[in-house]
Ligand binder design. Structure first.
Ligand SMILES: Nc1ncnc2c1ncn2[C@@H]1O[C@H](COP(=O)(O)OP(=O)(O)O)[C@@H](O)[C@H]1O
Ligand SMILES: [Mg+2]
Length: 505
């Protein structure tokens, strides 16, 4: 048997699975693609997460596009974090092109241009389905992690949530949360102190500053109603294809905190609402995070821990997470260690540091008698990558330098006209895009304070009356100073007694 034959046999046997799979391309030996030596990924192990890495322009995003298309065809819904805005083309068929025909001829796969069912989502004011969550849904623990609070501050946040629960005050947006924070050390101070112990102004002040910081990254757009039902990410179209949900994040690059807040809340929500996966042998949802370094870069230690544990847990719900990034080291060790699929595009060896990184990367791949992994890593062409998946028993498939198939949908983005047409047809846009500001903690607390004010004013009137009766030399001003302070909604200590009485009713 020639080396080529032996290689072909190893690749073919290693990529034969009992259940369903997707095909990424054909294996390359000595820089020559071997026709029909298909490199496949079984659906069964797609919930084991993965990494797509490589230098800029080597084909990472196209690999993501290819995976998303093939999953959709298998009826598996996909969520894409589109940081650079280069994935909308999935909604339109690609174009036949000499280069693509050549590529597919070498791989041994026919090329068919196709479009896919796409919905565009947004976290901000961009057009698309608005993704939102309420502060209540977020919960005290997650909120504290996101805000990077100390233990004492987290304790206060828990008390605040408890108070809102006890008093049926819905916490919908950050406006509500800020209001109750202020209330706890101002108008409601005595009430809080009695029920939960003293809350220091210094602590609430510190929490408030963190909230404002989050708001400055645009989080006020994300918190609120209508909150997004993550089940809507798992829609299947009338042809049985999974929807490809593209979250447009081009305006989020400079707001990493908002991005990690969103990612964590989304994963937590999916984890709590998706049922434990049975033995379906296929994922329920596959999530791709392009430019993944953005969620890890500015994340605090507490947040990282949270991400690490949720990444581990979410597997059992049949959700696969794929991180797309230039350098594997952009992803924390603890997450890297959990990844089943590795797709490594070319790395460039410009500096000594680059060469060291290449050596390290090569060590993370299974040994192969056909490749010197470090050399292959620098020689891969555009749209070629080293692939190592997990077979259905969870063992690594043979390492394969792979010529990737081309995306069936458009490699370029949609025009503005095409985008608005797509968005105008979306059922989800109709469901989620109305801004509602129903009565929540903010309004209810204001009402409570107003009531207390009115009561205090009456009390002051009564006092004034009784003073009038008694002869006095003191010249009264137009408005009693107490009333003045009260109506400006800032309360002096002596009024608290009245206030607490009113509140208790
Ligand atoms: N699988 C592929 N089939 C055809 N062309 C590809 C493929 N992968 C990459 N290319 C070409 O390389 C270019 C850069 O790929 P891209 O995925 O945007 O790189 P990256 O995300 O790594 O920066 C694409 O615009 C396309 O022309
Ligand atoms: Mg890219």
């Amino acid at each position: 048997m020639t080396t080529n034959d032996a290689f072909f046999k190893e690749i073919t046997e290693g990529n034969t699975f009992k259940g369903e799979y997707i095909t990424m391309g054909s294996a390359i030996l000595n820089e020559q693609p071997i026709k029909n030596a298909y490199v496949n990924i079984p659906l069964k192990t797609l919930n084991r997460h993965g990494l797509i890495a490589g230098a800029t322009g080597t084909g990472k995003t196209k690999t993501l596009q290819v995976m998303a298309e093939n999953l959709s065809e298998k009826g598996i819904p996909v969520l894409l974090m589109d940081i650079k805005g280069d994935l909308s083309g999935l909604a339109k068929p690609g174009e036949n092109h000499v280069k693509i025909d050549e590529r597919h001829e070498k791989i041994g796969l026919p090329f068919t241009a196709k479009n896919f069912p796409v919905d565009l989502l947004t976290l901000s004011e961009q057009d698309g389905v608005r993704l939102r969550a309420t502060v209540s849904e977020f919960g005290p623990i997650l909120l504290s992690r996101i805000l990077d609070l100390t233990d004492t501050q987290s304790g206060i946040v828990s008390v605040i949530f408890k108070y809102c629960d006890d008093n049926k005050l819905p916490l919908l947006d950050l406006k509500d949360f800020k209001k109750i924070l202020q209330y706890a050390t101002q108008e409601g101070k005595a009430e809080f102190q009695e029920a939960y112990g003293r809350i220091s102004t210094a602590s609430t002040g510190a929490i408030l500053r963190k909230v404002v910081e989050l708001e400055q990254q645009g989080a006020d757009l994300f918190f609120g109603e209508t909150s997004f039902d993550v089940q809507d990410l798992t829609r299947i179209d009338h042809e049985g294809r999974g929807y490809i949900n593209i979250l447009r994040l081009t305006d989020i690059q400079d707001r990493p905190k908002l991005f990690s807040t969103f990612m964590l809340s989304l994963l937590a929500e999916i984890y709590t609402t998706f049922p434990e996966q049975g033995d379906s042998g296929r994922p329920e949802l596959v999530i791709f995070i392009d430019e993944a370094h953005l969620i890890f870069n500015e994340a605090s230690k507490a947040l990282l821990n949270q991400i690490e544990s949720i990444v581990k847990l979410i597997r059992s719900k049949g959700v696969g997470l794929y991180f797309v990034t230039q350098n594997p080291t952009d992803v924390p060790e603890a997450v890297l260690g959990q990844l089943g699929l590795k797709i490594q595009h070319a790395l460039r060896a410009f500096t000594a540091k680059d060469r060291k990184a290449i050596k390290l990367t090569a060590q993370n791949y299974p040994d192969s008698e056909y490749y010197d992994t470090a050399t292959v890593l620098t020689n891969l062409g555009t749209g070629e990558a080293l692939v190592s998946a997990l077979d259905e028993k969870g063992r690594p498939t043979p390492l394969a330098a792979t010529m990737m198939r081309a995306p069936m949908s458009r490699m370029d983005v949609l025009t503005t006209g095409e985008l608005s047409e797509l968005i105008s047809k979306s059922k989800l846009v109709k469901k989620y895009n109305e801004t509602i500001d129903r009565e929540s903690a903010y309004e209810l607390l204001n009402e409570k304070i107003k009531l207390a004010e009115a009561e205090a004013e009456k009390e002051a009137e009564r006092q004034k009356e009784s003073k009038k009766k008694a002869p006095t030399r003191r010249k009264s001003t137009a408005m009693n100073p107490i009333v003045k302070v009260l109506t400006s909604a800032t309360f002096i200590r002596s009024v608290f007694g009245i206030l607490t009485k009113v509140m208790k009713k």
